[in-house]
Design a binder for this molecule. Structure first.
Ligand code: MG
Ligand code: ZN
Length: 357
C-alpha cells in the first residue's frame, strides 16, 4: 500500500520528459495526389529524370493502406473520400460514409474557418478524386450533379477539364458557366496544351475557374504540359487571396489512366509531368516556412514492376487497381506527423489536426 502511494506521488512530481512537443502547425497545406502512383511508378520516374529528385528532398516518408470499406482494391472515389473526409466508404462513393450520408471534407472545414481552397487536376474537374473534396454523391458517375455541387461549393479556384458538364447539360439544360459568372468567378479556357492566362491579373475579389478541355484533358503524349506552371500560378493566386491560409489539392490524374491502358510511353510522360510539377511546387514551398507539402497516391494500379538492365522496362501485371500500400512524402511544418504506417483516413485526421479544424 505504502509503495503504491509512493509510486503515485512519484508519477505526479516527475516531469513528463517522454511527451513529444506539440507539432509545428502549417498555415497552408498543399496535397499532391498521383492517381495510381505506386512505388514502381515512382521508381520509373526516378530512373527517367535527372537528379535531384523532388521526392528525395522531402523530409519524411510514410506508408498508407488504401483499401475501401469492403474491397482491398479501392477505387479513386473511396480512396479520395478516405483522404478528404476521413471515412472508409464503398467503391464509387464520393464524400459519403458507408450509409451514403454526406461527410464534411477537409476543404469544407477549412472554408468554414475562413481558409481559401482550390484544386488543379489533369482529369475533368468533376472526376472522382477532385470531387471528393467538394461533392457528396453515392456514385462518382453522377457528373452533372457533381458539377452543380462544385458551382455551389465556394471553391476559390479550380483547374481541369470537363466544361461540358457545365455547358451542355442533359439533366436540366442550365448553363452553369453563367451561374459561375454570377457567383463572381473569372472563367478561363485553354487550348488544352498550356494555359496562357495570367491568373495574377484577375481581381482579388474574384474566384477562378479554368477549363482545360471540354471533355477530358489531353494526354501528356498529346503535348499537354499545363500542370507544372498552373500549379505554381494557383499557389500564388491562393496565397494572395488568403489571410487565414489555404489548402490546395493538385492531382496528376492520368498516371492511373496510363496504368489501366498498360501503356509504358504514356505512363513515363505522365510521371515526368508529375515530377516537373513537384520540382516547381517544392521550390515554391521552400520559399516560406508556413506551408506543408504532402505527396501521395490514392492507390497503386496494374501491380506494376520494373525490369530491364540499362533502361527501365515496365511490366504491367493487371489492368486494375491493386491493394498495395502507397508512400506518403511530407515536408514543411507538421511533416513528421506523416511518419509510420497508417490507414488512408489518417491523412484527413492529420491535416485536420495540423490546421486546427
Ligand atoms: Mg483521379
Ligand atoms: Zn483507376
Amino acid at each position: 500500500m505504502m509503495l503504491r502511494a509512493l509510486f503515485a506521488v512519484w508519477l505526479l512530481i516527475t516531469p513528463k520528459f517522454s511527451q513529444d512537443p506539440p507539432p509545428e502547425q502549417p498555415t497552408n497545406i498543399i496535397l499532391v495526389i498521383g492517381d495510381g502512383m505506386g512505388l514502381a511508378q515512382i521508381a520509373l520516374a526516378e530512373y527517367l529524370t535527372k537528379p535531384p529528385s523532388p521526392l528525395a528532398q522531402m523530409e519524411v516518408v510514410g506508408l498508407q493502406k488504401t483499401h475501401s470499406i469492403n474491397n482491398l482494391e479501392t477505387d479513386s472515389a473511396a480512396a479520395g473520400t478516405a483522404m478528404s473526409c476521413g471515412v472508409k466508404t464503398f467503391n464509387a462513393g464520393v464524400g459519403v460514409g458507408p450509409d451514403s450520408i454526406a461527410v464534411k471534407s477537409i476543404m469544407e472545414l477549412a472554408r468554414a474557418k475562413g481558409m481559401k481552397t482550390g484544386f488543379v487536376v489533369t482529369s475533368s474537374v468533376v472526376h472522382a478524386t477532385p470531387a471528393c473534396f467538394y461533392a457528396h454523391s453515392q456514385s462518382r458517375a453522377t457528373y452533372e450533379i457533381i458539377a452543380s455541387q462544385l458551382v455551389n461549393s465556394g471553391m476559390d479556384l479550380f483547374v481541369g477539364g470537363g466544361a461540358k458538364y457545365f455547358k451542355d447539360r442533359y439533366s436540366d439544360g442550365i448553363d452553369l458557366l453563367k451561374v459561375l459568372e454570377q457567383k463572381n468567378y473569372s472563367i478561363l479556357t485553354s487550348d488544352g496544351l498550356n494555359i496562357q492566362s495570367d491568373l495574377a491579373s484577375i481581381p482579388l475579389q474574384n474566384k477562378i475557374a479554368c477549363f482545360t478541355a471540354f471533355e477530358d484533358p489531353l494526354r501528356a503524349t498529346q503535348g499537354r504540359t499545363y500542370l507544372p506552371e498552373i500549379s505554381v500560378k494557383a499557389i500564388d493566386a491562393l496565397e494572395k487571396r488568403a489571410d487565414k491560409g489555404y489548402m490546395l489539392m493538385i492531382e496528376a490524374s492520368q498516371i492511373d489512366w496510363a496504368d489501366h491502358a498498360n501503356d509504358q510511353e504514356w505512363l513515363a510522360l505522365e510521371m515526368q509531368d508529375a515530377y516537373s510539377m513537384l520540382d516547381v511546387v517544392l521550390k515554391k514551398v521552400k520559399e516560406d516556412d508556413n506551408t506543408l507539402l504532402i505527396v501521395t497516391a490514392d492507390h497503386e494500379c496494374s501491380y506494376m514492376s520494373l525490369k530491364g538492365k540499362r533502361s527501365p522496362r515496365v511490366e504491367f501485371n493487371t489492368k486494375v487497381h491493386s491493394s498495395q500500400m502507397v508512400p506518403v512524402f511530407a515536408t514543411g511544418p507538421g511533416a513528421e506527423e506523416f511518419l509510420g504506417v497508417y490507414e488512408n483516413t489518417a491523412i484527413f485526421e492529420k491535416m485536420k489536426m495540423l490546421l486546427g479544424l
